[in-house]
Design a binder for this molecule. Sequence first.
Ligand code: DGL
Length: 270
Amino acid sequence: MKENPIGIFDSGVGGLTVLKELTGLMPNENYLYFGDTARIPYGEKTTEQLTAYVRGILEWYKSQNVKAVVMACNTSSATVYESIKDDYNFPVFSLIEPTAEYISYVSAEKIGLLATTATVTSKAYTKAIRKISPSKEVYETACPGLVEIIESNKADTSEAKKLVIKYVVPLLQKGAEKIILGCTHYPFLGRMIQDVANDKEILIDPAKHLAEKVAETLMHSDLISDGEKGSVRFYASSNAPMFVEAGRSFYPDINEAMELEIGEVTKVIK
Ligand code: DGL
């Protein structure tokens, strides 16, 4: 069981920001990374659609005998996680709870959130943060367009900068002292967001807190691999070369990805 792989998925390259944290903490694990590029952006889908996608992905991971699955996607963490988390015989991890827990130790009272439309509509971050820290204010901003820019490898363009200014400045005007990167794609724009905010300490990246949670849980369950060398296999549901190209700017070790279609699974598997 210890040597079984860890599944990690996102709608595309965003989850690589989580993979980087995981491989940093647990370099000897074998990871199976799936980017659902055929159905991106998740942030513009309904909870029903997302539930079907995620179930399909989890079924595939089950067939690969994973020991855990990491949702490296805030949108599915916000909309699907609660309803599926207990349905599998391996642990499934979400980005939101570890981040809310971390925020309870942060002195800032005004917290901004940049996320997808579906994540913002769910209000999952506000609920999770206020459950442990009722005095904190959370300002949620939906950022349509950013994911597409990152997937098409245009993170370093004036088009990206315009959107970043549009979404970040209103949060600063509201007095946000910290800004959560509430979509795993957004760390690709981390430097740009810091520059717009003129504050190098303003960002909270949930990836780091999720990775710590995964490592801690696997350690407590005695599930950390004893292997001497880890591996990562990459899969994308469409346009694998574009996935590799866009991913490389954040995860330089990515060199190839296999195409893998995962169909919609709607039945509930117990
Ligand atoms: N990277 C994902 C997230 O964290 C999904 C982005 C999308 O496909 O809209 O929300």
